[in-house]
Design a protein around this ligand. Structure first.
Ligand code: DQA
Length: 147
């Protein structure tokens, strides 16, 4: 299988950005972690980041043809974007929402996700491991659809 790992706004600044909350790893470190997981478990990944909401929508549409699932850290668009909700509903590939931080232990404005009701599930609070767990969830979903 092939999974898209999509990253939204400000995640290009990981490592420098609020390391007390998001950890010291850069997005390139996290990409390497995801790639290693894929090599171990037998899936490939397409790892991307954008600061633009519409680009995330385009990539979700693209995944419909090009991927078996999407792991997405939509950053702050999680809490604002009806467009991402609609995109997740419009495609058939499963979407797993993920966050580095435990958004439920933070400010109230991070407790609501527009994306979550349109996702298969949500993983948050495990730092960079949230990405690995989201990919493992996608792989489990994928093998269920094959069996
Ligand atoms: C985040 C949590 C969001 O609330 C925040 O806007 C981010 C990062 C996380 O990975 O913990 O940009 O998605």
């Amino acid at each position: 299988p092939r999974f898209f790992v999509l990253n939204g706004p400000n995640l290009n600044l990981l490592g420098k950005r609020e390391p007390g909350i998001y950890g010291g790893q850069t997005l390139a470190d996290i990409e390497a972690l995801c790639r290693r997981e894929g090599e171990t478990r037998g899936f490939s990944i397409d790892f991307r980041q954008t600061n633009h909401e519409g680009v995330l929508v385009d990539w979700m549409h693209e995944a419909q043809e090009a991927a078996d699932g999407i792991a997405i850290n939509a950053g702050a668009y999680t809490h604002t974007s009806i467009a991402l909700h609609d995109a997740a509903r419009a495609i058939r590939v499963p979407v797993v929402e993920l966050h580095l931080s435990n958004v439920h232990a933070r400010e109230a404005f991070r407790h609501h996700s527009y994306l979550a009701p349109a996702a298969k599930g949500v993983i948050c609070g495990f730092g960079a491991q949230s990405y690995v767990l989201a990919l493992q969830a996608l792989q489990a979903l994928h093998s269920l659809t094959l069996s």
